[in-house]
Design a protein around this ligand. Structure first.
Ligand code: ACO
Length: 158
């Protein structure tokens, strides 16, 4: 499996992977918006036979929507096909996107939302990548589940 930056040609495969793995799905225009705006923040995991088995899609937050907040990135969605889990792929995808947020966009931190009951993902974020829970957003998801609002700082403290 190789981890590489996503291209526009990968977007349908990323969308298919997302539909397999998560209830939060997006229209193609939302994938295109990410790829056009922040191409360096989208990565795919490609198997040896050329299949997309995982992706991460991220964005930089609009300064208008969150005034007074320092520059930061946000993980919109990440998932890995069941057949390829527990191999370190999500860790590599996350690190690649976070590195680009920091080095290209000078992001101070990276944020994300995750379902309160998503043990695997929370363990990845907390135990492996060093994210902390900032707050809980009650009933954030369409089915009423709460979200953890998580964050990891990317820059060394000055
Ligand atoms: N149970 C507990 N912890 C787990 C599990 C699991 N089944 N799977 C992964 N982890 C944690 C562990 O801490 C693991 O570290 P370890 O191997 O040292 O124990 C760490 O995650 C890293 O594992 P990876 O192999 O890098 O993760 P993987 O490639 O399997 O992908 C992911 C993890 C993305 C959560 C995958 O299980 C998945 O696609 N799940 C469904 C979709 C999903 O929940 N996506 C996240 C939604 S939130 C968002 O998108 C912002």
């Amino acid at each position: 499996v190789c981890i590489r930056q996503a291209t526009v040609d990968d977007l349908f495969a990323m969308q298919a992977c997302n539909l397999h793995n998560l209830p939060e799905n997006y229209q193609m225009k939302y994938y295109l918006y990410h790829a056009m705006s922040w191409p360096e923040l989208l990565y795919v995991a490609e198997s040896d036979d050329g299949k997309i088995v995982g992706y991460v899609m991220a964005k930089m937050e609009d300064e208008d929507t969150e005034k007074d907040e320092p520059i930061h990135g946000h993980i919109t969605s990440i998932s890995v096909l069941r057949s390829h889990r527990k191999l370190g792929i999500a860790t590599k995808l996350m690190r690649a996107s976070q590195f680009a947020m920091k080095t290209i966009y000078d992001a101070e931190y990276c944020s994300l939302h995750v379902r309160r009951g998503n043990r695997a993902a929370i363990s990845l974020y907390k135990d492996v990548l060093g994210f902390q829970v900032m707050k809980i957003d009650d009933k954030y998801y369409a089915d009423g589940e709460d979200a953890l609002d998580m964050r990891v700082y990317l820059q060394e403290k000055k």
